[in-house]
Design a binder for this molecule. Structure first.
Ligand code: NAP
Length: 266
């Protein structure tokens, strides 16, 4: 059986380094290069806290793709570079598996069109934790019966984008079931700007950022005399890696862009 050749972008990051640890444990995956924005020419095994891979770090994506034969790019970087990496990978016929969050609707549409034009598989998943994917599906189901809902997402304080990709995705799934509705009192006024959170079609999203957190979300539904809370916690980044592996396996069989891990689950 030939191994799937993988490039990881963002190998020193919290998610990227976890992806290296996951790849190290798989018999059917081979790490062939890493993409970073520094440490050109260094090898992964020169970093004490990273797995012992004798693999080069590139800082120029085109140079990397020209020098190395690869099947899949796993991107776990920043919204700006994640988008550029994904676009370049599609152009080179390397299948992107993207965990990086914070892409705009326009960027997602552009990448969807490009993947279709090139007939190449792409998976972009704002959350690779299976429990979080189920939380989103349960929330979509509940929204059919409970149109009043607020989302509270909590992440570590190094996170760049807010609200989280998972919160945005949850709101989109809820929107598919929920009648458009402005929640709260019709005359409500914020005495401090932002107090009521971000607004998506009348539902609110609140973002907390604190040291010690990893990735957590509560979807709270309210109705007469009752509340329903659907809650998910990722306590460790290992929780995302089952989903990353699943996506790497699946992207090899796709010829279009799939957004959201739920769309590749049975
Ligand atoms: P992180 O620890 O800050 O890691 C990002 C890494 O990317 C850093 O090592 C950073 O280097 C590097 N980087 C920055 N610019 C780069 C470039 N141009 N090329 C290559 N590498 C570059 O962040 P994280 O917590 O791992 O998160 C990474 C992304 O994954 C974020 O978008 C986050 O929201 C997302 N995320 C997704 C999931 C999911 O399940 N889909 C779960 C958690 C997080 P420096 O530190 O030197 O800048």
């Amino acid at each position: 059986m030939s191994k799937v050749k993988v490039i990881v972008a963002g190998p020193r990051g919290k998610m990227g380094s976890e992806a290296l640890r996951m790849i190290e444990k798989q018999d059917d995956l081979e790490l062939v290069a890493c993409l970073d924005h520094k440490f050109e020419g260094k090898k992964i095994n020169e970093f004490e806290d990273l797995p012992n891979f004798d693999v080069d770090i590139y800082t120029d994506i085109e140079q990397c793709f020209q020098a190395v034969e690869a099947d899949v790019l796993v991107d776990l970087t920043t919204p700006e570079f994640g988008y550029l990496h994904t676009k370049t990978a599609i152009q080179y016929g390397i299948r992107p598996v993207v965990g990086t969050t914070g892409f705009s609707d326009e960027q997602l549409q552009e990448l969807t069109d490009l993947a279709e034009e090139k007939g190449i598989g792409v998976i972009i998943a704002p959350n690779f934790a299976l429990g979080a994917v189920l939380m989103m599906q349960f929330a979509k189901w509940a929204a059919k019966y409970f149109p009043d809902v607020e989302i509270i997402e909590k992440h570590h304080d190094r996170k760049l984008d807010a609200p989280s990709g998972t919160a945005v995705k949850t709101a989109q799934l809820i929107q598919e079931e929920r009648e458009s509705k402005t929640q709260g009192h019709p005359d409500e006024k914020e005495t401090i700007q932002g107090a009521r959170g971000a607004d998506v079609d009348g539902m609110k999203i609140h973002s907390m950022r604190l040291p010690g957190l990893v990735a957590h979300q509560e979807v709270v539904f309210g109705s007469a005399g009752e509340n329903l809370t659907i809650k998910h916690d990722s306590f460790h980044r290992e929780s995302f890696m089952t989903g990353v592996k699943l996506a790497i396996d699946h992207v090899m069989k796709l010829d279009l862009l799939v957004y959201g891990l739920e769309n590749i689950l049975e």
